[in-house]
Design a protein around this ligand. Structure first.
Ligand code: ADP
Ligand code: MG
Length: 254
């Protein structure tokens, strides 16, 4: 099966156990949401998938379409079709979005293959059309003085241009105003489809008012304690996260 599959993963940072036996499969064509209280290890999972060197995998494996993801360097993961979006993208003064994206697309091409300007701009404008973005946006410098929503627009456009097989979006709690939230939601909804698997990490149920996931997973204490369909997100909104901590404690004793 074509999927991003995490199997019995355990991760430590600075000798502290953060992820404790986590399993999760995101098939191509589906949108999965991970929700959970602060400190449950959601961003840690995203960073491990990205290949952040500080995180030590002590157990388990991660495969992408059957290939061992953890054996690949971060840039190789990206080249094979993994896209990661983090909350705080860097500012690159003096580099326009158009040029930045062009370099990003060029970097994914096989050695010696040159990206033609006309092809590139045709694709860029096609994706912007799809996402309902104004063309003038791409002449601005990357993230310089951008609002939260504009940063998200850059990120979503990058995702559209790279056409990844799997996208992991860590939409951490702070800094997501309603504008940014809607950009992410509109982007994900425009780009979702049979060729991409999306893992959407969020603390907030309200993002899922705009993106209806195929599956919802609740992460507490470094584990998935509940999985369900979209209704699970509504249940979390009503009941909060306290009850999931109980379940996590019970699981820890078994
Ligand atoms: P979430 O994204 O669910 O809020 P995180 O993955 O950011 O959770 O954090 C999970 C736990 O790991 C927290 O207790 C946090 O303090 C710890 N942690 C995360 N990154 C580091 C780090 N670089 N050094 C030490 N502890 C960390
Ligand atoms: Mg986080």
């Amino acid at each position: 099966m074509n999927a991003l599959a995490v199997d019995n993963l355990a991760v430590t940072i600075a000798d502290k156990k953060i992820i404790r036996g986590l399993s999760l499969t995101v098939p191509r064509g589906e949108v999965h949401a991970i929700m959970g209280p602060n400190g449950s290890g959601k961003s840690t999972l995203a960073k491990v998938l990205a290949g952040h060197p500080d995180y030590v995998v002590t157990q388990g494996k991660v495969t992408m379409d059957g290939e061992d993801l953890l054996a690949l360097e971060p840039d190789e993961r990206a080249r094979r079709g993994l896209f990661m979006a983090f909350q705080y993208p860097s500012e690159i003064p003096g580099v326009t979005i158009a040029n930045f994206l062009r370099a990003a697309v060029q970097a994914r091409l096989p050695e010696g293959e040159e990206l033609e300007a006309t092809d590139y701009y045709a694709k860029l404008y096609e994706k912007m059309e799809l996402l309902g973005m104004d063309r003038s946006f791409t002449s601005r410098s990357v993230n310089e003085g951008f609002s939260g929503g504009e940063k998200k627009r850059t990120e979503i456009l990058q995702m559209a241009m790279l056409e990844p097989k799997y996208a992991v979006l860590d939409e951490t709690d702070s800094g997501l105003d309603i504008d940014a939230l809607k950009v992410v939601a509109h982007g994900v909804n425009s780009l979702r489809g049979p060729n991409i698997g999306i893992l959407l990490i969020t603390h907030y149920q309200r993002l899922l008012n705009y993106i209806v996931p195929d599956h919802v997973h609740v992460m507490v204490g470094g584990r998935i304690v509940r999985s369900g369909r979209k209704e699970l997100a509504l249940e979390l909104e009503e009941r909060g996260y306290d009850w999931t901590r109980e379940e996590a404690r019970e699981m820890a004793h078994t």
